[in-house]
Design a binder for this molecule. Structure first.
Ligand code: T1G
Length: 708
């Protein structure tokens, strides 16, 4: 028996335990160990029943995603190859019970469904999250799940990929019994009852009553197709998952499994899947900070405080309350405080109305928020997040105050989106405790936080910041201190090119459509209208003196702001908006302004291709990203990718700007950047790192690997 799978016996019940920490993935040796253990149990006449259970914190959490690279690189195109092993499990002449705790995901749930029965503790989760990796279940999940739970539940689970709590899975027919108390004891007792009752093995593949109503099946499939068409724009796997579930309603089991395998391989070999697997590991890679060990001492955050009760401060406060951390919520007046609290209450109430939060949970979270207009209780705070108006003098004043009213070991974090964190720290005598926690709006929704390290931010404060980000269900990405840090510094280049393209001949709606069709959540101009054009306008005015001379600047956006057109908030920006609607309407007045401005500037307008729009905007991101990498402001290319996917609506199925550039080929990107430099000047000077990687035939992924 491989040491990944142990076979023991509890009387006449064989117990097969998988021990492949941390998540009992079906890594090489695990499926084989399960097969050997089942075969040995079949041979052993003393064994009358079998339990399969996960050691450690979970049942099997799925195939080993790290193995997929080998499958797609042709080293071993075996697909996932679990089906023959699961067939042995299902054909076992003795009843097999899967005992589930933690997460039975992907191949884990598929293994459990090949067993004859399933029991689970109430806290367990089951699911087929493969679509989140750009693939579909590849070991019979789309064939067995509809037979256990019906087509509607199966199609939803396979096409959307969300986890299902064990009690719901029990109601749906996926789990046969919820075990309160010790899982192994409960599972062995359940198996013993089956044996005592002389119950034969119940093969999932033979169950057809839940897939026999073809009319209901078609209706259910159509409903899920409609749902994913809206939610999963541009993604291939969800539709394929539904096709596989549909095959279960039309084909005999074995043919359905074969059809699933075809669809699985189509997805596995797609660029989308490779990108989404990059994102899966990327979300975990960014938590690793070179030079700071995972177990580096951290400050325990038992109580937080937020200064500034605007939209951002309210959202940040909610993040701490959502994580069960009591949080002081400070404003300068009762009126401002009440306004801030009403934003929080409205946000929670909206979630309750959507059924994603109970009223009781909302009340519990509101109870964790202590509104105040004084610093009296700030001595209790382990961390303070400042979220006041984006103006340096004000932030420095607040940080000077905070140092006086908090403990010396309290972390002082600023939510600034672009201002110099070292300058803010200079307002205190404890710069080692000052750091940036740049949340993205809406702060209670967006999952990314830029952790901006100052020159003197200590390793303990950095390690604590990364840990607290995870605690409040965010992905913390450590970045260096420069204007705009990583995200906004790159976004400035992206926005700049979008606006230059307007002056040169593209239409507002054309630029946005190109990026929307590429997969961005919104086009760059619509984003400006959403965020508010006045935000950038104010910063440009504040920093005008820093702008290098002779560099081309966008000519139209400030004129739009001077007209009082700040975007959705004023009913007009790049687009116009009907009262109460957020639907952007192209505005001939803006088009006229663009054309007049271009004429005055002597810009000869021309037809601009969609391809040029895509390359000018995306390669602006890539070129600046390469410079940021070379400066060490971003640790790795994958950090930039994750920041863009989680913070700027970059499509996960494209992997992020740097991953996308790798798929285009850095040589191709570099050549286009050089052409743009010839046409548009030094703003397009290729980053030396981009040049170096392109000329050496390397990728940004190679760059990251060299830094690992
Ligand atoms: N394969 C390989 N490594 C995995 C893994 C997996 N399936 N799941 C987690 N890890 C690593 C992860 O990278 C991290 O590594 C460590 O384990 C802890 O993970 C045939 C083909 C289970 C909910 O998609 O959702 O089955 O960073 O930090 O927060 O049809 O991991 O420590 O080096 O996430 O407690 C389907 C993916 C696969 C589940 C636990 N299964 N995993 O969360 O820990 S495809 C999945 C998760 C499949 C079949 C198909 C989560 C978790 P490191 P973690 P966590």
């Amino acid at each position: 028996m491989s040491d990944l799978v142990q076979l023991t016996k509890d009387g006449e019940i064989a117990v097969i335990t998988i021990n492949n920490p941390p998540v009992n993935a079906l890594s090489p040796g695990v499926p084989e160990g399960i097969k050997e253990s089942v075969e040995a149990s079949i041979q052993d006449d003393a064994v009358k029943g079998i339990v399969i259970i996960g050691g450690g914190r979970t049942f099997i959490a799925g195939a080993d995603i790290k193995e997929f690279g080998k499958m797609t690189s042709g080293k071993k195109d075996r697909g996932v190859g679990f089906n023959p092993i699961l067939k042995i499990v299902e054909n076992c002449p003795k009843p097999i019970v899967a005992a589930i705790h933690g997460t039975a995901f992907g191949g884990g749930l598929e293994t459990a469904m090949a067993c004859h029965y399933r029991v689970a503790v109430p806290s367990a989760l089951v699911g087929q999250p493969e679509v989140k990796l750009g693939i579909i279940p590849g070991a019979g999940g789309t064939q067995r799940l509809p037979r256990l739970a019906g087509v509607a539940v199966a199609a939803e689970m396979c096409a959307v990929g969300n986890p299902v709590p064990a009690p719901q899975a029990h109601e749906a027919g996926i789990v046969d019994k919820i075990i309160d108390g010790d899982l192994l004891e409960g599972a062995v007792a359940f198996a013993r009852e089956l044996v005592a009752a002389g119950k034969p093995p119940r093969k999932t593949c033979d169950q057809t009553d839940k897939i026999s109503d073809q009319a209901a099946n078609q209706k259910a499939l159509a409903a899920v197709r409609d749902k994913v068409a809206k939610r999963a724009r541009g993604l291939m796997a969800p539709g394929k998952a539904i096709d596989a579930v549909e095959a279960a309603t039309k084909l005999p089991f074995e043919e359905g499994v074969a059809r699933e395998q075809e669809l699985f391989k189509e997805c596995l070999h797609s660029d989308q899947s490779k990108a989404m697997i990059h994102v899966f590991f990327g979300e975990r890679a960014v938590a690793k900070v070179p030079g700071i060990a995972k177990d580096h001492p951290k400050i325990e955050i038992k109580r937080a405080a937020v200064v500034g009760g605007g939209t951002m401060g309210g959202g940040i406060t909610m993040n701490y309350a959502n994580a069960g951390i009591p949080v002081l919520f400070k404003e300068i007046s009762d009126e401002a405080l009440e306004k801030g609290l009403s934003i929080i209450k409205k946000n929670y109430a909206a979630t309750v109305s959507k059924g994603r939060l109970t009223q009781e949970q909302m009340d519990q979270r509101m109870a964790l928020i202590e509104p105040t207009t004084s610093y009296d209780k700030f001595k209790e705070a382990d961390i303070v997040v400042e979220a006041v108006f984006e103006e340096m003098a004000l932030k420095k004043k607040v940080f000077a105050e905070l140092e006086k009213v908090t403990r010396p070991d309290a972390i002082l974090a600023s939510n600034t989106s672009t201002l110099n964190i070292d300058e803010i720290a200079s307002a205190t005598s404890k710069p080692d405790y000052v750091i940036g926690h740049h949340f993205f709006s809406p702060a209670n929704v967006m999952r990314v936080v830029e952790i901006v390290r100052g020159k003197q931010s200590s390793d303990t404060v950095i390690a604590t910041s990364m840990a607290i980000a995870k605690k409040i269900n965010k992905v913390g990405i450590l970045v260096g201190n420069c204007r705009g840090f990583v995200g906004n510094r790159m976004f400035h280049c992206y926005q700049r090119e979008a606006q230059f393209l307007l002056e040169e001949g593209a239409r507002v709606e054309q630029v946005d459509k190109v990026l929307y069709d590429y997969g961005m959540a919104m086009g760059p101009l619509a984003v400006g209208d959403l965020a508010g054009l006045d935000v950038g306008w104010r910063i440009r005015k504040e920093y005008k003196h820093l702008e290098p001379e002779g560099i081309r600047q966008p000519l139209v956006v400030d004129q739009i702001c001077e007209m009082g057109r700040f975007g959705q908030k004023t009913g007009a920006g790049w687009y116009k908006y009907e009262a109460g609607s957020r639907a952007p309407i192209p505005d001939p007045e803006v088009q006229k302004l663009i054309e007049e401005t271009a004429a005055k500037a002597g810009i000869e307008r021309r037809e601009i291709s969609d391809q040029e729009i895509l390359e000018r905007t995306l390669y602006a991101l890539v070129n600046e990203g390469a410079t940021i990498l070379a400066e060490g402001i971003a640790l790795r290319a994958v950090d930039i990718d994750m920041l863009y996917i989680l913070g700027y609506g970059f499509p996960a199925q494209r992997g992020g700007p740097m991953w996308y550039a790798d798929t285009v080929g850095l040589k191709n990107v570099y050549e286009r950047v050089c052409e743009f430099e010839k046409q548009h000047g030094s703003l397009w000077a290729p980053s030396p790192l981009l040049k170096e990687l392109a000329e050496s035939g390397k990728t940004f992924a190679d760059y990251d690997a060299s830094k690992a």
